[in-house]
Design a protein around this ligand. Structure first.
Ligand code: HEC
Ligand code: HEC
Length: 380
């Protein structure tokens, strides 16, 4: 009797194991609509987007198990409802370690030609494993992360459904790549104005005109010349430039990757979409507001041998009036995509992601509490 039950139980367990191993691999293509106003994106041919792959990437993006001590996920430094950026000047990783750069917002990555402020990663797939291994970020070798996921049956079956393979650095990177590629922002107020679905205020229109006009006094043009670098519907030409920032903190940007003198102090031209949500600004978060950024371009550009000619031509003095500056800020604010923010908020909710206050400055409350102060004379 007892033996019969034991056999039945073990038969049942074998049946379950077989079922888990034989997950059906029949992924469903993931469809996305991209507005005609955008340039041609580039999606990786060897990692087609599927609903299973994207869903798995989403889960991994919020997974603290991918960090050394289970405290940090990608979302902690790329906060979904804030356009996947971070309000802290420098991101804070495991053990409250501080990096040296401001986190980058994550959207429209299918148009990116290189990744990071200095472009050191050529593909998104290569990029996503770097923060995992980074000592100051998640500090967990991707191979170790894969072992952790292989011990979780729900992950094993999700990877089988998405890739017909088990968790590995390669498949982790493919899932994250798929999820990130689906984060597209293309419905800002600016887009609606362009499509005739909304009407710009006079101030926004003045800002738009300044943004897209040359500074060429000889021909009577006094624009702010922003469009040379922040160009196309993606609002970046994907190049590296010296935009007249004083070098600080020994960060030499693109030079650290190429070793070419000309690249010293050059950084990736960032997209300006959703820029009103992504303060602080520049690679090191040195400016707290868009007004400070505009002031920089208006009067603060520092000369250097490789200062971009579009900025060098006005000698760091664009001479914008008070109204011009207000107009440029108003224009930049039209680049906010409320539907994208709403989707970010929904992702946070679905994945039970909460940021306890304070959001700015100091360490986040999900870091383990600091050790108690040492006892002195038996009194704390
Ligand atoms: C501790 C904070 C932190 C964590 C955790 C983190 N990142 Fe980042 N991320 C950054 C910073 C800072 C940068 C810019 C670094 C640089 O340029 O050197 C960045 C840049 C990026 C970029 C480049 C975007 C672009 O436009 O070039 C991508 C993509 C990215 N992170 C994805 C991820 C993914 C995926 C994860 C989780 C596996 C992750 N990050 C975890 C802070 C973080
Ligand atoms: C020569 C190319 C160039 C021109 C012209 C230019 N920018 Fe930039 N912009 C950059 C680069 C490069 C960065 C990033 C620099 C860094 O972080 O070190 C940047 C950063 C910014 C940022 C910060 C974005 C962020 O996410 O941190 C804003 C806002 C901005 N520019 C707005 C403007 C406006 C407005 C104009 C016109 C007045 C303008 N830019 C003209 C190249 C340019």
């Amino acid at each position: 009797m007892k033996l019969g039950r034991a056999i039945r139980v073990s038969m049942f367990m074998i049946a379950c194991a077989v079922a888990a191993a034989a997950v059906v691999y029949k992924p469903t293509p993931f469809r996305m609509g991209i507005r005609a106003s955008f340039p041609q994106p580039s999606f990786p041919a060897d990692n087609p987007l599927t609903q299973e792959g994207v869903a798995l990437g989403e889960r991994l993006f919020f997974e603290t198990h991918l960090s050394e001590n289970d405290t940090i996920s990608c979302a902690h430094c790329h906060i979904p409802a804030e356009s996947f950026s971070d309000p802290r000047r420098e991101s804070v990783g495991v053990h409250r370690r501080r990096g040296r750069r401001n986190s980058m917002p994550l959207f429209n990555l299918a148009w990116r030609k290189s990744f990071f402020w200095d472009g050191r990663a050529k593909t998104l797939r290569e990029q996503v494993l770097i923060p995992m291994a980074d000592h100051n970020e998640m500090n967990l070798a991707p191979e170790k992360a894969a072992v952790r996921l292989r011990n979780d049956e729900t992950y094993v079956s999700a990877f089988a459904k998405a890739f017909n393979a088990e968790p590995s650095p390669q498949t982790i990177a493919m899932a994250l790549e798929q999820f990130l590629l689906t984060q597209i922002s293309q419905d800002s107020r600016y887009d609606k104005i362009q499509r005739g679905e909304a009407k710009a205020t006079a101030l926004e229109e003045r800002g738009r005109a300044l943004f897209f006009t040359e500074y060429d006094p000889a021909h009577g043009m006094f624009g702010a010349d922003c469009f040379h670098c922040h160009s196309t519907a993606v609002f970046t030409n994907e190049r590296f430039a010296n935009n007249g920032l004083e070098l600080r903190g020994g960060d030499e940007g693109r030079f650290e990757v190429t070793g070419r003198e000309h690249d010293r102090g050059m950084f990736k031209v960032p997209s300006l979409r959703n820029v009103a949500l992504t303060a602080p600004y520049m690679h090191d978060g040195r400016f707290r507001s868009l007004r400070e950024v505009i002031e920089h371009y208006s009067t603060g550009v520092v000369d250097a041998p490789n200062l971009d000619p579009n900025l060098a031509k006005h000698g760091g003095q664009l001479g914008l009036s008070k109204e011009d500056k207000e107009a440029l800020v108003a224009f930049l604010e039209t680049l906010t995509d409320e539907s994208f923010v709403e989707r970010g908020r929904a992702l946070e909710e679905k994945n039970d992601f909460h940021l306890p206050p304070p959001r700015e400055g100091g360490p986040f409350a999900f870091d383990p509490p600091p050790p108690p102060p040492p006892r002195r004379n038996g009194v704390r």
